[in-house]
Design a protein around this ligand. Structure first.
Ligand SMILES: Nc1ncnc2c1ncn2[C@@H]1O[C@H](COP(=O)(O)OP(=O)(O)O)[C@@H](O)[C@H]1O
Ligand SMILES: [Mg+2]
Length: 359
């Protein structure tokens, strides 16, 4: 019992004013109060203990949280680094896709340049002979004859210039393709652009693979004319779609199959252009470019994935899986147009680009 209660108890016991009953009653009350105080003290001590334990736990928890925060921070740094590395790798891949498609073009370009070059060589040779004849005519004082010969040479020179310019244009186009896109829209002859890439792609395939055998056709609507596009970018899209189409027909041609109704398979790629009708209010007309092939077609489960970056069904080294995803971005983000696909497994595929006429 605490001292102050003990003092009260001794005082009461010594008091002569109190009866023995009263003294007993006071002693009982004081004992009772003592018990209460003991209980309260016990409870207080317990609370104190709990408080101490809780604060220890709290400190531990804070420590743990701090460790977790640090771990998260480290993970974040690592993630940021990986993201940067991924971005760099992606940029590299985009560049290598461009280089791969340029590689595919090289053979086609060589073929296309060979033709004008042959003209230039032939006409130079003929012109040289004509000039020899002209010299002889002048020696013989045959003025009229010399004049006619000079006229022929002039005509030849014009042809040489024409073919020289053609080769020049092809080389310029090639350089344009390999340069990073200017991002500038220019009035561009859509039919000419399609025609150029179709020829380059076709001759590229022919040069690379001598057994390659496919037909190509163009169905151009002359009223399409020129529209504002980024020519290098649109060129890459068209080239990729045409290369995919030639790949698909080649694949089908190389897969043994029974001829349908005795008709032999004729691998064909058709590039067509047209004007899309204006909407009811008279606006929103656009240019449609479609690249159709009668190749392998795409199974339903695959077609959902073809626009995803890096998705390819081609053997390593033959496909980057970036063509369609880049094409999709170029058409939608770069030109405000659409790129759609229709396909039937086993009979062919058609990709359709729609470009707004006033881009
Ligand atoms: N004309 C097509 N016919 C059949 N499959 C196609 C055609 N075009 C694209 N594909 C499919 O879509 C995939 C992705 O094409 P793309 O993004 O150009 O990448 P890559 O040509 O490098 O494989 C191809 O691997 C192929 O499976
Ligand atoms: Mg491709």
């Amino acid at each position: 019992m605490i001292q102050s209660l003990q003092n009260i108890l001794s005082l009461a016991e010594q008091s002569e004013a109190l009866s023995p009953e009263q003294k007993k009653a006071i002693a009982d009350w004081i004992k009772e109060a003592g018990k209460h105080i003991d209980i309260i003290t016990f409870k207080l001590e317990r609370t104190e203990k709990v408080k101490r334990t809780t604060s220890i736990l709290l400190e531990e928890t804070i420590e743990e949280l701090e460790q977790k925060r640090k771990a998260i921070e480290e993970t974040n740094t690592a993630l940021t680094r990986s993201l940067e590395e991924l971005k760099a790798a992606q940029a590299q891949l985009i560049q290598s896709e461009k280089m791969a498609s340029l590689g595919e073009l090289t053979a086609g370009i060589a073929h296309e340049i060979q033709n004008p070059l042959n003209f230039v060589n032939n006409f130079s040779e003929v012109s040289r002979e004509l000039l020899d004849e002209m010299k002889m005519a002048l020696d013989n004082d045959e003025k009229e004859e010399a004049k006619e010969l000079a006229e022929d040479v002039i005509q030849n020179m014009e042809k040489i210039m024409h073919h020289g310019k053609r080769a020049d244009g092809i080389v310029k186009g090639m350089l344009q393709h390999s340069r990073s896109s200017s991002g500038q829209k220019e009035l561009t002859d859509i039919n000419a652009l399609c025609d150029e890439y179709l020829r380059l792609a076709y001759h590229g395939w022919r040069a690379k693979d001598h057994s390659f055998n496919a037909k190509f056709e163009t169905v151009f609507d002359e009223s399409v004319g020129k529209i504002n596009v980024i020519p290098q970018d649109l060129g890459r899209v068209i080239l990729n779609l045409i290369n995919n189409a030639f790949f698909a027909v080649n694949e089908r041609a190389n897969t043994p199959q029974p001829p349908k109704g005795g008709v032999p398979y004729e691998p064909t790629v058709i590039v067509s252009t047209s004007l899309s009708p204006l909407s009811g209010s008279g606006v929103g007309g656009g240019v449609i470019i479609s690249i159709r092939d009668n190749g392998t077609g795409i199974p339903a489960a695959v077609v959902e994935k073809i626009f995803q970056p890096f998705f390819t069904t081609k053997p390593t080294g033959q496909g980057t899986g970036l063509g369609l995803s880049l094409s999709y971005d170029i058409i939608s983000k770069g030109h405000g147009g659409t790129l759609q696909v229709e396909t039937t497994e086993g009979s062919g595929t058609c990709f359709t680009i729609t470009l707004p006429q006033q881009a």
